[in-house]
Write a protein that binds this ligand. Sequence first.
Ligand SMILES: *[C@@H]1O[C@H](CO)[C@@H](O)[C@H](O)[C@H]1NC(C)=O
Ligand SMILES: *[C@@H]1O[C@H](CO)[C@@H](O)[C@H](O)[C@H]1NC(C)=O
Length: 248
Amino acid sequence: MFGIALAIVLCLSVSVQGIFPDDPKPCKYGDGECIIKLVNTLFSERSSEADPGLNLERLDPLKVDKLVISQGESASPVGITLTFTDNLLYGIKDQRIVKVKGFGKDLTTKHEVKIVAKNFSLVGPYNINGKVLILPISGTGQSNMTMVNVKAIISFSGKPLEKNGETYLDVTDFKITMRPDSTHYQFTNLFNGDKALGDNMNVFLNENSEAIYKETAAAIDRSFSQLYMGIVKGVFSNLPYAKFFAEE
Ligand SMILES: *[C@@H]1O[C@H](CO)[C@@H](O)[C@H](O)[C@H]1NC(C)=O
Ligand SMILES: *[C@@H]1O[C@H](CO)[C@@H](O)[C@H](O)[C@H]1NC(C)=O
């Protein structure tokens, strides 16, 4: 009985482990081409399940507990606090890495990943307050903020972190910049549900989405940096750095 139970547990733990650590590790240190292929396979084929071997939750849709876009610079024509809670972010499965730098044997070098994505849609409850190009805006409801054809660059540095005699990569100076071709907004229940005002505001936001994105880009980058930093930190805190790469 115990033997069978043990066998089942072992089988389960093998099948739920993803690309690491039990699978053969195909990439050598700094082998950009190999890393691109491997991680793109992870995005396209494994985004819909958690990957305990990599300490990853499901990536698509990605649960976003809270994301705040706060743009308060007084010189800007946009001054808003936009809070998304319990949202889902769709689109990671269609994103592809196109270039990789770093990830060599020396983990303290700068690591950089260039990504192209189709649509990123952040969907769920929102709250907004402030002004957009001089118009006051307020509301609480459901929203869909979609960024189309995003080019993103993620960069971070590594600090060695010793744990139980092994060296882990501690992620520092994490930054993401995202440049979408266009952005689309859909906010329900703006202005306490005043339909005429809300409909007009949605039209206005979408007609001016380029200008609005420009004013909020830095704030959006900051909040997405927080989100993605958590994921990347989780991956590298889970296994010693050397375990990600094939033996030389
Ligand atoms: C991406 O977003 C655009 C703009 O809102 C939309 O027209 C298009 O259908 C979306 N594409 C996909 C694959 O969802
Ligand atoms: C969000 O909006 C985009 C287009 O702007 C659309 O393609 C997508 O299906 C919407 N997502 C949801 C979950 O409504």
